[in-house]
Design a protein around this ligand. Structure first.
Ligand code: GLU
Length: 418
């Protein structure tokens, strides 16, 4: 985190405060929700391939489980901090409530750079982490999933580790598994499909247009970014820019995101794709376009660049890409922003479907998963949009009101023990 960037946990507390004030939530419930219920820090000693031992630091933070078992991804990143994980766990609580899936919120992380590690090293680190947090997770307690720089393989190792210690296969311990290993059809693309549905609904409300021909810029080309580019392109939009940690590409005529993905697989970056100009990540955010999709990391749209955004709609594929100051500026500039806790909730929604399928030992067809996802996203989008119209507030505040309101209602009714 750069020095001038806001602390992510302060931002999360500020968002909670805004929602609590708008909803006039009882002070005790607001107080209750300010802290995660549990935040575990663990040491993860791993022997590297060269025989050296590195003792990584990992976290699992459980924010609230009033509405169901804790749920949330695990990220591997060199810059991740405990405050970021606490903030992301809180966001998961609101996200699950906005989508009305019966989960609470959690998040996990390991401070590491998986790009510089071998597959064997990542596997040993993952299994040791799974073992170390084993007491606090469980299929009805806390169900991890992928997040930044973790994937289906990571989930398979976690499932295997948990299953070995319990003497039987327990696929429902994690979601986001490979489809042939108890994973759900449509989970890999689910976050992006949700982003695409939100973009479609937003374009309809703000521009009275469908996705055909709209000019789209996507920041980030990981699972969320690249699948969003692919799905938006398939829906008829023109992808004019994309980027990854090494830089970005731009073409006024648009390009085929699948070909860009193939280029990235070969060269490890989108940069250098034929027929495009090179641009920076910052430059991508300021391009003139219809829809801007930040799908990389947090704190990308902040006070210094919020005035320079040239998009009509922003759909947050990433978690926390926009700062509260930027939110205000964008709202005043009448740019419609679909916030993370709604826009990228397709992932956890299909995680919920995967968990239900695992518990029933069922496997649903992809069309069924996608249709159920669409119904949930569209219903939540409309719910949030209507609150924003009624209370004359931005979509983030409206989504927080819906999410925090539902969690507060559960806590109020459950009461405080003892
Ligand atoms: N990591 C994803 C998120 O931030 C998915 C979480 C899940 O599926 O549990 O929403």
């Amino acid at each position: 985190m750069a020095e001038n960037e806001p602390d992510p946990y302060d931002v999360a507390l500020q968002q909670l405060k805004t929602a609590a004030e708008m909803l006039k939530i009882e002070p005790w419930i607001h107080e209750f929700l300010k802290k995660p219920q549990k935040a575990l820090t663990v040491a993860i000693p791993v022997r590297l391939d060269n025989d050296e031992l590195v003792n990584f630091t990992g976290f699992r933070v459980q924010h609230n489980n009033a509405r169901g078992p804790y749920k949330g991804g695990i990220r591997y990143h060199p810059d991740v901090t405990v405050n970021e994980v606490k903030a992301l766990a809180m966001l998961m609580t609101w996200k699950c409530a906005v989508l009305d899936v019966p989960f609470g919120g959690a998040k996990g992380a390991i401070i590491c750079n998986p790009k510089n590690m071998s597959e064997g090293e990542i596997e040993r680190m993952t299994r040791r982490y799974g073992y170390t947090i084993m007491d606090i997770i469980g299929p009805h307690k806390d169900i991890p999933a992928p997040d930044v720089y973790t994937n289906q393989q990571t989930m398979a190792w976690l499932m295997d580790t948990y299953s070995i210690f319990h003497g039987q296969p327990i696929p429902e311990i994690v979601t986001g598994k490979p489809v042939f290993l108890y994973g759900s059809e449509g989970r890999e693309e689910a976050t992006s499909r949700g982003v695409m549905f939100c973009a479609r609904e937003a374009a309809n409300k703000a521009l009275n247009l469908d996705l055909k021909g709209l000019r789209v810029a996507v920041q980030g080309y990981g699972n969320v970014g690249w699948n969003t580019a692919k799905l938006m392109h398939a829906a008829g939009s023109k992808i004019i820019a994309a980027s990854d940690s090494k830089g970005g590409i731009y073409s006024d005529n648009g390009f085929d995101p699948v070909k860009v993905y193939e280029h990235k697989m070969k060269t490890r970056s989108v940069v250098g794709f034929s027929g495009t100009e090179e641009i920076s990540n910052e430059g991508l955010l300021e391009l003139e376009c219809d829809i801007l999709i930040p799908a990389a990391l947090g704190n990308q749209i902040t006070k210094p660049n919020a005035d320079k955004i040239n998009a009509k709609i922003i759909v947050e594929g990433a978690n926390g890409p926009t700062s509260p100051e930027a939110d205000k500026i964008l709202y005043e500039r009448k740019i419609l922003l679909v916030p993370d806790i709604l826009a990228n909730a397709g992932g956890v929604t299909v995680s919920y479907f995967e968990w239900v399928q695992n518990l029933c030992r069922e496997h649903w067809p992809e069309e069924e998963v996608n249709k159920k996802l669409e119904n949930k996203i569209v219903k939540s989008f409309n719910g949030v949009y209507n609150i924003s119209q009624k209370h004359k507030c931005d979509m983030r505040t409206a989504a927080l009101m819906l999410g925090v309101g539902r969690v507060a209602e559960a806590i109020r009714t459950l009461g405080l023990w003892p």
